[in-house]
Design a protein around this ligand. Structure first.
Ligand code: ATP
Ligand code: MG
Length: 552
């Protein structure tokens, strides 16, 4: 990967430059801390590019840490997918993978330290009561009746929580801060709760689990993270982040900085909502090509380069906004336009018979795989008496705007000859089933000698040497730019987000690798999903159209 990609300037780079200049910090350490409760999405890619990009720029380190404090929704499938996606995006974490759960014993000891310092207590109020006592923005909180327990009693009760002496929900550990703080988060936040649930890393060792706010800052400090970057919604949690670190015996306090989340039009980025799309089978799975997950984008034909390019184009700020889909698409289009081999495909086949060729006519044409990249080589394209063209590339009558094949007129076959449509054959429903043409055999790679003008160029595939193909054409998954605004985001699902077409492609694609992407001339970019051996058919996902169709 070209490290220069990240030598962009954003406010976080400026903070780091300053910290390095005034000597606050020598070695830069960042981390990417996903919770393994879903697959990564394009928003995570923004955070990944930022954190790993900083490490690359400053020759520092970036850790991959699973923030695994809530075993209810977490599992190893998610862990594996996240590892795979980070690597696929082109990044390498520093040292071993870390887990917040690696620190459970240490975290427990820090909690005990807070109790010793009279800064934490075991509360036995119910969850509802705790919420009620917390107050609101306009109303101060109330102290819990359990707040003034002695250190000794708290130590005994906290150990009892750990030992399984309480039922779930009957006790929790809270920080003792200030029930009238302007920051609601500082009104004695819960640090530990009881959950009798097996953990994917620690099994049944624990029945108390630390909360995110308690875990995150301490994990950062243990790993000597210098800049802990998170999204803006954690801004209010920062006083708690600092309070915890300032009140335990840990040095090298990291600092938290916030940036705005990535939102993209016509999509939702919350894992809760994505989980719902998967669980309710509205999409095929986390890697459904309509999902803006990393795995969905990959299956759709997006390259890691294009995603990194997107992340550097959107930049990092503190402004909340919604990015247009056309920006993401232009990134993959730029990449594939440069790098995807060309081929021809017919989405809606119409038979053409070239009458002045013998039935067994066969000519092998040599064709470039890429117009500007000779290093991508040539391929052989068989040309025969019977070929297929796209049904919408022929009309019996048309005006001059229509640059394709019209009855009694000529058109060029891409990479081949000029043909003229002579007559059509229709079935008894009036549908055209075959166009009979003649071919000017003196027009391969050159214009007609008498200076005749042809309407345009159309693509085609030999009918003798073609591979059956299924084309999956994807549209936006939601009907509205911001589905989050709807009462029920599922009510804004676009029921026409997938259109399937059965057609043909050049036979050479039978050798295509899964996940490879082609530009089908005049149609768009397509990625090989799989080859259906039983039906001898290739299945392709449309990555993106040739041009931007969003601005319509
Ligand atoms: P969700 O709210 O959807 O569950 P999350 O923020 O809880 O998302 P995590 O797995 O905790 O998801 O996120 C890991 C990291 O990725 C965090 O540092 C988080 O701030 C960052 N991140 C998550 N979503 C986005 C986004 N849309 N844009 C930028 N960064 C994001
Ligand atoms: Mg989270």
């Amino acid at each position: 990967m070209n490290k220069m990609e990240y030598y962009t300037n954003n406010f976080i780079y400026q903070i780091i430059d300053k910290d390095l200049m005034n000597g606050r910090i020598k070695n830069i350490r960042t981390r990417f801390p996903p919770e393994p409760n879903g697959y990564l999405h394009i928003g995570h890619a923004k955070s990944i590019c930022l954190n790993f990009g900083i490490a690359a720029k400053y020759q520092g380190q970036c850790n991959l840490r699973f923030d695994d404090t809530d075993p209810v929704k977490e599992n190893n499938e998610f862990i594996d997918s996240i590892k795979y996606d980070v690597q696929w995006l082109g990044f390498k974490w520093s040292g071993n993978i870390r887990y917040s759960s690696d620190y459970f014993e240490k975290l427990f000891n820090y909690a005990v330290e807070l109790i010793y310092n009279k800064l934490a207590y075991v509360d036995e109020l119910s969850t509802e009561k705790i919420r009620e006592y917390r107050g609101t923005l306009t109303e101060l909180g109330k102290n819990s009746p359990y707040r003034e327990r002695s250190v000794k009693e708290n130590l005994i009760l906290f150990q009892k929580m750990r030992d399984g002496g309480f039922e779930q929900g009957k006790a929790c550990l809270r920080a003792k801060i200030d029930m009238s703080s302007n920051f609601i988060i500082m009104r004695d936040p819960v640090l530990y709760r009881i959950k009798y649930i097996e953990h994917h890393q620690t099994g049944n060792k624990w029945c108390i689990y630390p909360m995110y706010d308690f875990t995150h800052c301490i994990s950062d400090a243990i790993e000597k993270i210098t800049h802990s970057l998170c999204t803006l919604e954690f801004q209010n949690n920062r006083p708690l982040y600092d309070w915890i670190l300032n009140n335990i015996s840990i040095s090298d306090n990291p600092r938290q900085y916030e940036f705005s989340r990535l939102n993209l039009e016509y999509f939702v980025m919350s894992k809760r909502k994505l989980t719902k799309l998967v669980n309710e089978k509205i999409v095929e799975g986390w890697d459904d090509p309509r999902m803006l997950t990393i795995s969905g984008l990959r299956r759709r034909g997006y390259t890691a380069t294009s995603i990194r390019d997107f992340c550097s184009r959107i930049g990092v700020t503190k402004q909340d906004n919604i990015i247009e889909m056309s920006l993401l698409e232009s990134c993959i289009r730029d990449d594939l336009n440069k790098n995807a081999p060309r081929a021809m495909a017919i989405l809606d086949p119409l038979t053409v018979i070239i009458e002045n060729l013998p039935e067994n006519y066969e000519e092998i044409l040599k064709v470039k795989n890429h117009p500007n990249k000779p290093e991508m080589g040539m391929r052989e394209l068989p040309f025969n008496q019977k070929i297929w063209i796209d049904r919408n590339d022929f009309r019996e009558q048309s005006d001059n705007q229509y640059k394709r094949l019209v009855l009694k007129q000529e058109v060029r076959l891409r990479n081949a000859y000029i043909i003229r449509a002579e007559r059509v054959l229709k079935n008894n429903l009036g549908k055209i089933i075959c166009v009979y043409c003649s071919c000017d055999m003196n027009t391969l790679g050159k214009n007609p000698s008498d200076g005749r003008k042809v309407r345009g160029v159309i693509h085609w595939v030999s009918a003798f040497y073609a591979l059956s193909a299924e084309f999956r054409l994807y549209d936006r998954l939601f009907n509205v730019p911001d589905p989050n605004k709807a009462k029920d985001f599922l009510s804004t699902i676009n029921s026409n987000s997938l259109l399937i077409k059965q057609g043909v492609v050049e036979q050479q694609l039978s050798q295509a690798k899964i996940m490879s992407t082609y530009q089908f001339e005049r149609i768009g970019y397509f990625c090989v999903d799989h080859i259906d051996l039983k039906k001898a058919k290739i299945v392709l996902n449309r990555t993106v159209t040739l041009r931007d169709n969003w601005q319509k």
